[in-house]
Design a protein around this ligand. Structure first.
Ligand SMILES: NC(=O)c1ccc[n+]([C@@H]2O[C@H](COP(=O)([O-])OP(=O)(O)OC[C@H]3O[C@@H](n4cnc5c(N)ncnc54)[C@H](OP(=O)(O)O)[C@@H]3O)[C@@H](O)[C@H]2O)c1
Length: 238
């Protein structure tokens, strides 16, 4: 299969690129970090091709991704996380996070969609952070709630073209993104675990790929509690 992955220079996306390449698939690994792209290509030049990509640059994203006309699986994993300091409330922080996690991700969809064939898969990486109102996660959780809604609407609208749209909700995964967190991260899993869960979910066409399972169940249950209980629960966890 031909698999295009954004966010492939680090963390979850990088592990997916390595694992799909090791299984004999052809991977187009996208990201801004040219050194990381070159390193990926060196690791498995027969199966990995690097594509420099900054999804916050509209024109460049359209130009770069329009060239790919024979993709079987698209995995949009590029993302950023910034936490809000409520005492120094900054609207620009929302702009920065939504620019990459929402608008940038949709730029990739805009560029790739015309060339996606019936039977191809569009996989969008969200987060379990969308499920509860976590402290300081106004921008990050908000962007992932937005991407979850968008993905579900795309599942409706792309069904007639035969394109499967899958949503991924990881819990805590050990990556450079979470290395900056200064709080406890329950049930954190490795990138290898995350990659396997995502690849299995894609194989089975699961429209909701949530892992680790128990963490996902707990948050999905909590998200159905009355809103005042959710706020109280999140405050207790703070
Ligand atoms: N780690 C977790 O616990 C966790 C949990 C839930 C959801 N997620 C989601 O999983 C995805 C991957 O996260 P991760 O933990 O693997 O993070 P990571 O190690 O920090 O990797 C983030 C990736 O996004 C790319 N990226 C960021 N800004 C970009 C831009 N403007 N243009 C193109 N690429 C950009 C980075 O590549 P360059 O710097 O090379 O551009 C990098 O490859 C994200 O969407 C994240 O929100 C992660």
């Amino acid at each position: 299969m031909n698999i295009l992955i954004t966010g492939a220079t680090s963390g979850i996306g990088k592990q997916l690129a390595l694992d799909y390449a090791a299984a004999g698939h052809h991977v187009i690994a996208c990201g801004r970090n040219e050194q990381a792209l070159a390193e990926l290509e060196r690791t498995d030049s027969a199966h990995i091709a690097g594509q420099k990509l900054d999804i916050s640059d509209a024109e460049h994203t359209l130009q770069a991704l329009r060239a790919y006309t024979d993709i079987d699986v698209v995995i949009l994993a590029a993302g950023v996380c910034e936490y809000l300091d409520i005492e120094a409330f900054e609207a620009d922080l929302f702009a920065r996070v939504f620019e990459v996690n929402v608008v940038g991700t949709m730029r990739c969809v805009e560029a790739l969609l015309p060339n996606l064939k019936s039977g191809s898969k569009l996989v969008i990486v969200g987060s379990t952070a969308r499920l509860l109102p976590f402290t300081r996660a106004e921008a990050y959780g908000g962007s992932k709630a937005a991407i979850h809604y968008i993905t579900r609407s795309l599942q409706v609208d792309l069904a007639r073209r035969g394109i499967k749209v899958l949503h991924v909700s990881p819990g805590f995964v050990e990556t450079p993104m979470t290395a900056q967190n200064d709080f406890e991260m329950p049930m954190q899993v490795s990138v290898e675990f995350a990659s396997e869960a995502i690849r299995k979910g894609i194989d089975k066409n699961k429209i909701d790929i949530t892992f680790p399972r128990v963490f996902g169940w707990f948050l999905k249950f909590a998200s159905r509690l009355p809103q005042s209980w959710q706020v109280a629960l999140s405050r207790r966890m703070t």
